[in-house]
Design a protein around this ligand. Sequence first.
Ligand code: NAD
Length: 364
Amino acid sequence: MTSTDLAGTHLIAADDLEANIRAIFAAAGCSPDEAALIARELVGANLAGHDSHGVVRVPKYVDWMRQGFVRAGQRADVVTDGGAFAVLEGNRGFGQTIAAQAVALGVERAQEHGTSIIALRNSGHVGRVGAYAETANAAGLISIHFVNVAGSPLVAPFGAVERRFSTAPFAIGLPLPERPVVLDFATSLVAEGKVQVASYGGRPLPADALIGPDAQTSGDPHVLFGEYGPTDIRSASNGAGAIRAFGEHKGSGLALMCELLAGAFTGSGCAGPAKSKDRIANGMLSIYLSPAHFGTQAEFERSASGYLDWVLSARPVDSAQPVLLPGDPEAATRTARLAGGVPLPVNTWGAIRRTAADLGLTLV
Ligand code: NAD
């Protein structure tokens, strides 16, 4: 299933998209297994509706590989092993590979001890953080993830016009039977990838998402990326403005904590001030809790389930827009896109084709 409509949307079946992306990463130098994992996670983000963390990233990832910012075939090394806690060095490997390893260790240790804390440093871009909360959920664990991006200051703190924070995402997953709850968001008003998506002709940004050096708010991606052609790789170093932190002073405070916990505490480094030309790295501090070990599983499930029903019963502002739980929009979009295909702006698809052509591939 592929089609392109007059509105400039290329619709492609998830399986076909994944096969194309797998081929690109294999041609770029990843092993077949790693190429398959990266493709699955990127398409998984599109399926969840987070196009910002989906295949729109492919040109940049391949460019990062060429420049040595991210390296194929890496494994995380254990720097400190405290049993229920560990520090892992990601060696600038692909985030999809390295974070999967970190999460597997966190799950294993929480199943042994009832709780675990994993501090991951120097990983390549880990993508959609909610995917890791979903993995923990599937293992019956609560998980909390603080993430930052060393070397990528893009976000203005509350009350400022200059970039100081990364888009520093935060996620919590709760393994409730039949209705796992996953809260997962960037602490910027929009994720940087959403600015990319808008710049390629996808969903426009809120009018106050960005702020220019003149302190004017804007929804124009040029404020972040400067000048660019339709299928050019976007670079925030070409723009003069910043993304705004979400949630006024409170969201800005949470972004700061993500920087300090995922960046300073793990040893991965904060968004700045060092001008890091040779690396952009995710740090991730993850906490895993096993309700079964705490002896609270039955009460947790009973109490949470009743409470969630009550939350969902709140009278909506607009009766056409029912109250949802965190994770509901992703689940609904996944169902719809698995059935009907993944819509991509033609310029996103054009940029991916351009990357493929540079590698000698023709996409189907
Ligand atoms: P967003 O603004 O779309 O918010 C998503 C969260 O809000 C989800 O938990 C979703 O279930 C919930 N939600 C959405 N609509 C809802 C509704 N009507 N009712 C209840 N809950 C609702 O997300 P974002 O800030 O654009 O982040 C997108 C993705 O970017 C995330 O997956 C994040 O992990 C990822 N990200 C990654 C990095 C990185 O460096 N790896 C950096 C930034 C963001």
